[in-house]
Write a protein of this length. Structure first.
Length: 377
């Protein structure tokens, strides 16, 4: 089974590219489903058809679905709520309403992960493509299972199993343990580099690129595999009007910036079409422009690009720089970015909060990796 998550800033075209990838995957014979995990669903609009909380057939080998948070929550929370009431009392648990849970950042997206888990356990599809919410919500979604699991473990450790058994409340503990096991399965799926990868969608615009850089760093920190970057809405070479030529020249500068920021992860390019990318036919055009004859479900890249580890004297940032010329190394920090230059390459690395404000205390190459030491606080 193959799972692909598309992430990026709102408005960059995640939904269109996710739908186009799904159509191309289905055309190549993969039984595929594309799922919207964004509360502000636009997948149905992109496909130009009505979708629901259950899979809807689109074309041969392709289904689509928009996650309904209330529907999924009733399935997930309903059973757990019944057992947890027996443990904590109905007043405490009943006060946690479904609407309050949905409002909790990352919880709605978490429900999408449980749906992905179901897809994996049932094995009905070859390829599952997730159209994710904007970047902030997606990062919360990806980190939420591990965080919530820790909370549940703390709750379990705080209970007295003997006392609970006496009052007949073991069902609640069993339910919490069951939820923890599901979180473990979700984490295994997300971290399985032979199954799951994340693709960042970006436009050649400065604000979009900066957010994508930060996302790229954090996704690598959490050990998620980013196997491709999709550069969307590029002005075609055929533009001739002075107004659009100026835009094209600006875009060319930012396309180079994208190349510097995400190397060696593969980049895929899509033009800005002459009309809206809506409906199956236009999405096919988008897919053909992106992937040419390649199978979009293939894993495009698997190496971990960045690694950050705590050391006795501070932190160590390891950056994957294959085939780079190790002479004339220069490092510079500008704001929240680390600029790496050698004789042949330039790389911009968005620094996480852990490293911002720290001085570089050393740097050396170790095989294909540049290891940069940051001083402690």
């Amino acid at each position: 089974m193959r799972i692909i998550l598309y992430v990026g800033k709102g408005g960059v075209g995640k939904t269109s590219i996710a739908a186009a990838t799904a159509i191309k995957s289905a055309e190549m014979g993969n039984k595929t489903i594309v799922v919207s995990a964004d509360a502000a669903h636009s997948l149905g609009d992109s496909l130009d058809m009505s979708l629901s909380s259950e899979p809807v057939s689109i074309i041969e080998n392709l289904w689509a679905q928009e996650i309904d948070a209330t529907y999924e929550l009733e399935r997930f929370w309903g059973k757990a709520q019944k057992h947890i009431i027996s443990l904590f009392g109905s007043k405490v648990v009943n006060e946690i309403t479904n609407s309050e849970l949905i409002a909790f950042r990352g919880f709605e997206e978490l429900l999408s992960l449980f749906r992905i888990l179901r897809f994996c356990l049932e094995g009905e599809y070859d390829v599952v493509i997730i159209d994710c919410a904007p970047t902030g919500e997606t990062l919360a979604m990806l980190s939420f299972p591990e965080l919530l699991r820790r909370w549940l473990v703390i709750i379990l450790k705080s209970l007295n199993p003997s006392a609970v058994r006496i009052v007949g409340k073991m069902n609640a503990i069993n339910e919490i343990e069951s939820i923890c096991r599901q979180f473990d399965k979700i984490q295994l799926i997300l971290s399985n580099r032979d199954m799951t990868s994340i693709r960042i969608v970006v436009n050649p615009e400065k604000m979009v690129i900066k957010e994508a850089q930060r996302s790229f760093t954090y996704l690598n920190m959490y050990d998620f595999n980013v196997d491709a970057v999709m550069v969307n809405k590029i002005m075609p070479d055929s533009v001739s009007d002075d107004y659009f030529v100026a835009w094209k020249e600006t875009q060319e500068k930012y396309v180079e910036m994208i190349s510097e920021s995400f190397r060696p992860v593969p980049l895929y390019y899509a033009p800005w079409f002459e009309k809206e990318t809506v409906g199956v036919d236009m999405l096919k055009r988008l897919a053909d422009a992106l992937f040419k004859g390649d199978d979009p479900a293939d894993i495009k890249y698997k190496n971990r690009t960045y690694e950050i580890t705590k050391t006795d004297s501070g932190y160590l940032l390891s950056v994957f720089l294959p085939f780079s010329d190790k002479s004339d190394l220069a490092l510079d920090i500008r704001g929240d970015e680390l600029i790496i230059r050698t004789a042949k390459i330039k790389r911009s690395v968005a620094l996480p909060g852990t490293l911002m404000g720290r001085e570089i205390s050393g740097a050396k190459f170790d095989g294909d990796r540049l290891k940069v030491s940051f001083a402690g606080s």
